[in-house]
Ligand binder design. Structure first.
Ligand SMILES: Cc1cc2nc3c(=O)[nH]c(=O)nc-3n(C[C@H](O)[C@H](O)[C@H](O)COP(=O)(O)OP(=O)(O)OC[C@H]3O[C@@H](n4cnc5c(N)ncnc54)[C@H](O)[C@@H]3O)c2cc1C
Length: 376
């Protein structure tokens, strides 16, 4: 009998969690380690902030998925691995002995020069932060005449959060000053047409965009940029890309240049073939992958197959990352920008398509009535 330990119940572990019976019926033990009972689907996070979704629309009850199927659930964060002893050390100080270990612990948003602990500063990850942010924004809109929101980050997360905040204020029928800071050009990794469409939508809605300006400090209710601008801000949202969890470096496991767990084509660590991973927390050495939810979703079934093969002592299957993927950016106002194969479109139908794809994904992994998507 082998012990499979799943560290993190993110998007790449969902198929494994639904299929725990396949391990249990072969006599293997399975344990899920997660700091929370629920995992939140990031693709719908900005929609939650905008008020388009409720928290239960975008969360998976991973504790229930695990325990209903005979796995153990430990509420904790994985802190470090002693790979030579096959021990996972948790933040509680507890250790868990494993035969096969799989990581899906995602990535973090750094506080950068801002520093942690400022009550008015929010990071966009973990996605649950957006529930707190929505409450805070509604409070500010209620109590202040013109609250200022500064979103730091000119990529997809920054774009979607700024659009969502505008929608939130619109629904609350309150004015708000929303400024988006982009260190370079807005959405610069994407075709120029995406930037043009986003700028046009934001200009129409009064969302200010400062390109070539980076947040460098927060002082007495002001966001300070590296260009020396002082922008009055009641709330600052850090949406400027992600960094690796420290766990892998702390454990002396092989990492890629981005600090994530370096894995081979089987999604396994080259020095320790009993350690696997998926999602944002891996560096896929064969062809480095973007940090987008598309890849953990594509990794789901191979990770499940390879974890089952590993506990059974069988051969793993290589992961094929697949071709180009569809990107849809939610502008917050029930409109979206869609990018596929370099072609750019926008409109209401793009939002409907995103909403359809996201809700279908949610349905695929629902295990209880409690968190089924709300009926419309
Ligand atoms: C605002 C926003 C919107 C986005 N929208 C999209 C989109 O529309 N489409 C898209 O493709 N991508 C999108 N992304 C990118 C996407 O969020 C990530 O690529 C995706 O979440 C990665 O999934 P994951 O399962 O690897 O990690 P995560 O979603 O971060 O999940 C990690 C899980 O591990 C748990 N965990 C964390 N640390 C530990 C630990 N130490 N021990 C145990 N468990 C731990 C967490 O609680 C969480 O449940 C968006 C990102 C943001 C920030």
């Amino acid at each position: 009998m082998a012990h499979l330990v799943l560290a993190g119940g993110g998007h790449a572990h969902l198929t494994t969690l639904l299929n725990i019976a396949a391990f249990r019926e072969r006599g293997h033990q399975v344990t899920l380690v997660s700091p929370t009972d629920y995992h939140y689907y990031s693709g719908m996070g900005p929609g939650l902030l905008a008020g388009l979704y409720k928290p239960e629309d975008l969360r998976f009850h991973i504790k229930k998925m695990a325990t209903d199927r005979g796995a153990d659930f430990i509420q904790a964060e994985a802190l470090r691995v002693e790979a030579d002893n096959r021990l996972l050390v948790l933040d509680s100080g507890r250790t868990v002995k494993y035969d096969v270990l799989s990581f899906n612990i995602g990535s973090k948003v750094s506080y950068g020069p801002v520093g942690e602990g400022e009550a008015s500063v929010f990071t966009v990850k973990p996605i649950q932060n957006l529930i707190r942010l929505r409450k805070k924004a509604l409070d500010l809109l209620k109590t202040l005449e013109l609250p200022g929101f500064v979103v730091a980050g000119g990529g997809p997360a920054g774009l979607e959060i700024a659009g969502a905040l505008h929608q939130l204020a619109k629904e609350a029928k309150k004015p708000a000053k929303i400024t988006l800071l982009a260190a370079g050009r807005l959405m610069e990794r994407f075709p120029e047409k995406v930037r043009q469409k986003a700028l046009k939508s934001f200009a129409r809605r009064g969302i200010l965009v400062e390109e070539g300006a980076s947040l460098s400090a927060v002082e007495n209710g002001f966001a300070i940029t590296d260009k020396g601008q002082k922008i009055e801000s009641s709330c600052i949202i850090l949406a400027w890309g992600v960094k690796a969890q420290e766990l892998f470096a702390r454990s002396n496991l092989p990492t890629g240049p981005d600090g994530n767990l370096a894995v081979n084509k089987y999604l396994a660590c080259k020095n320790h073939p009993e350690i696997f991973g998926g999602g944002d927390c891996i560096y896929f050495a064969e062809s480095p992958l973007d940090k987008v939810g598309v890849y953990p979703v594509r990794q789901n079934s191979i990770l499940f197959e390879n974890l089952l093969a590993a506990v059974e002592g069988k051969k793993p299957t290589p992961f094929d990352p697949g071709g180009p993927y569809l990107l849809i950016f939610n502008l917050g106002n029930k409109k979206a920008i869609l990018v596929k194969n370099g072609k750019v479109f926008s409109g209401q139908w793009a939002y409907w398509l995103k909403n359809f794809i996201d809700r279908r994904f949610m349905k695929r992994f629902q295990v209880s009535g409690e968190n089924l998507p709300a009926k419309k």
